[in-house]
Design a protein around this ligand. Structure first.
Ligand code: CTP
Ligand code: MG
Length: 228
């Protein structure tokens, strides 16, 4: 089952405090974005990669793509103010697939096995996303005091790649754009137009590198990595 993937990498990485876009941080001599791209480069189901970048960093990114021999890139498009705008720009560059995946450039530890499961479920249900059960107790807090303890049993923390029928996710993004609605993930845009979203059991190691601590976790994950 073939698919295309949109990889948003146009953020600033402010919380990482690296003084540059975190996509360019090297983990064992390979930039984060390259590690993420290589997963899809090596997946035979992937027929095209659309990378969304900040135009000011275009040359830097394009040099990396050629230096690390990433050959499946079909488009490098400019990003927008919010992640959602960047993804929308990327989605409009999808050419010839029924299924599209949307995957954070900052999540290098996704596996091909997980990708295939998501593609299959999205094919059947329209939308499929990976998620892990929340392990901590979650409380709603206001002004540093607890307002409420949220029932944990139904809570899942969601990740990417999120997989969709192209027509469904495009319609969801167009509607959000029209309504001036910004969601925190792509699936939420599908949910608000009434689409069903299938949950696939994710992996706690599929972290998004967000804060400096995550570089430590990434090192631990890498040192235990057994490639499939
Ligand atoms: N992203 C994007 N365009 C934006 C904002 C984010 O393409 N306008 C991308 C990021 O590059 C990242 C992914 O969306 O791969 C997830 O976003 P996040 O982890 O928040 O990254 P940043 O926005 O770069 O980090 P921060 O919020 O700390 O500035
Ligand atoms: Mg951000």
């Amino acid at each position: 089952m073939m698919y295309e993937v949109v990889i948003p990498a146009a953020g600033q990485g402010k919380r990482m405090k690296a003084g540059m876009n975190k996509q360019l941080i090297e983990l064992r001599n390979e930039p984060l974005i390259v590690r993420t791209l290589k997963v899809f480069e090596n997946d035979e189901w992937c027929r095209g990669i659309i990378v969304v970048i900040n135009e000011a960093e275009r040359t830097q990114f394009e040099q990396l793509f050629s230096r690390f021999h990433i050959k499946k890139i079909t488009a490098v498009v400019g990003g927008g103010k919010e992640r959602q705008h960047s993804v929308y720009n990327g989605l409009r560059a999808v050419k010839n697939s029924d299924i599209v995946l949307i995957h954070d450039g900052a999540r290098p530890f996704v596996t091909i096995e997980q990708i295939h499961e998501l593609v299959n479920e999205a094919k059947e249900h329209g939308a499929a996303i990976p998620a892990v059960r929340v392990k901590d107790t979650v409380k709603k807090v206001c002004d540093q005091f607890v307002e409420e303890t949220v029932e944990r049993s139904g809570l899942w923390a969601v990740q990417t790649p999120q997989a969709f029928h192209v027509s469904l996710v495009l319609r969801a993004h167009e509607q959000a754009q029209k309504d001036g609605y910004i969601g925190t993930d792509d699936a939420s845009l599908v949910e608000r137009i009434g689409g069903k979203v299938k949950i696939v059991e994710g992996d706690y190691r599929n972290i998004k590198l967000t804060t400096p601590d995550d570089l430590l976790f990434a090192e631990v994950i890498l040192s235990n990595w057994v490639s499939s």
